[in-house]
Each structure stands twice: as C-alpha cells, then as structure tokens.
Design a protein around this ligand. Structure first.
Ligand code: ADP
Ligand code: MG
Length: 153
C-alpha cells in the first residue's frame, strides 16, 4: 500500500500530473478520480488523454451527459463521469465492466460504481488547497507501485 502527494498550484499543474500519469499507464489500469465538483478531475483526465493520444489540442469534453467517451492513443482509454448515473443497471448499458476489465479506464465519481472497481484501482483524490489543489494518489497492487516509481523519477 502506498500514498503519494503532489501540490498542484494551478490548472497547468493538474494537466501535467495527468500527462505524468499517462507515461506510466498500461492497458488494464483503472484510475478512480475522486473529489468534489470543480476539484479538477476532468482537467486531470484531459491532460492524461491528450498525452496518451500525443495530441495537446485533442478535444476532451467532460462526459457529463454521455457518461462515457472512448479515446484511441498509445493505449485505448475510456473516460467515465458517473455523476448522473441513474442506476447500477445503467452501468451495464455503458459497458462499464468490460471497459474496466480491459482498461485503461478513468472514472469520475467512482463511488457510484461501488463494488465494480478492481482492487488494483489507483485512486487519485483531489481537494482544494489554498488557490490550488492537492492530489493524493493511493492504491494497492502492481499499478500503484509502477505509477509511484514513475512519478518519483
Ligand atoms: P471536476 O471534473 O472535478 O468537476 P474540472 O476539471 O472541471 O473539475 O475543473 C474545475 C475547475 O478547476 C476548472 O476551472 C479548472 O481550470 C480548475 N482547476 C483545475 N486544476 C486546478 C488547480 N490545480 N488549481 C486551480 N484551479 C484548478
Ligand atoms: Mg468532471
């Protein structure tokens, strides 16, 4: 079990943490993005997806209404926002279990999918700190070890 912390003074720093996470990400990884509305979850996902795609201008809208968006890149990734999820059954319609089993998957509001995230999921919790954000990255298993080593390097 390990914990990493990084202070993110501005939006750019959140985007860069996403890009740093993208370097270490492998197929099969699941990132649970936790934090209140406005915490920076979508900003981090956008930085990560753009880095995976190798395209800094790629449109990465919040999947607020679609609940999921799929992207191609070095590895394919599904970006979920479960805030408006109506029921657990709706997760089936979204193909949630398959997307998570295949990975990589980024999940905003992962508490809406309790019991359906793998044990190995890496949790990124964003909270307000001063004018910026604090990122706490936790997890257990191979993915957090690999990601931790990569972020420390
Ligand atoms: P969420 O998806 O968690 O609701 P968003 O990614 O949409 O949040 O971000 C909300 C706002 O926070 C955006 O205006 C973004 O520019 C801003 N933001 C993101 N990261 C930071 C940061 N480290 N410091 C200050 N503002 C930030
Ligand atoms: Mg969001």
């Amino acid at each position: 079990f390990s914990t990493l912390e990084r202070f993110l003074p501005d939006e750019r720093a959140t985007t860069m943490l996403g890009a740093d996470l993208a370097l270490a990400l492998r197929a099969g990884d699941v990132l649970a993005l936790e934090g209140d509305l406005g915490a920076g979850k979508t900003t981090l996902a956008r930085g990560l997806i753009r880095a995976l795609a190798g395209d800094p201008e790629l449109e990465v809208p919040s999947p607020t209404f679609t609940l999921v968006q799929a992207y191609e890149g070095r590895i394919p990734v599904h970006h979920f926002d479960l805030y408006r999820l109506a029921s657990a059954a709706e997760l089936n319609e979204l193909g949630f279990d398959d997307a998570v089993a295949q990975g990589a998957a980024l999940v905003e509001w992962p508490d809406r999918a309790v019991g359906r995230l793998p044990e190995s999921a890496v949790h990124v919790e964003l909270t307000h700190q001063d004018a910026g954000r604090l990122a706490r990255i936790t997890g257990k298993g191979a993915a957090i070890e690999r990601i931790g080593r990569s972020l420390a390097a």
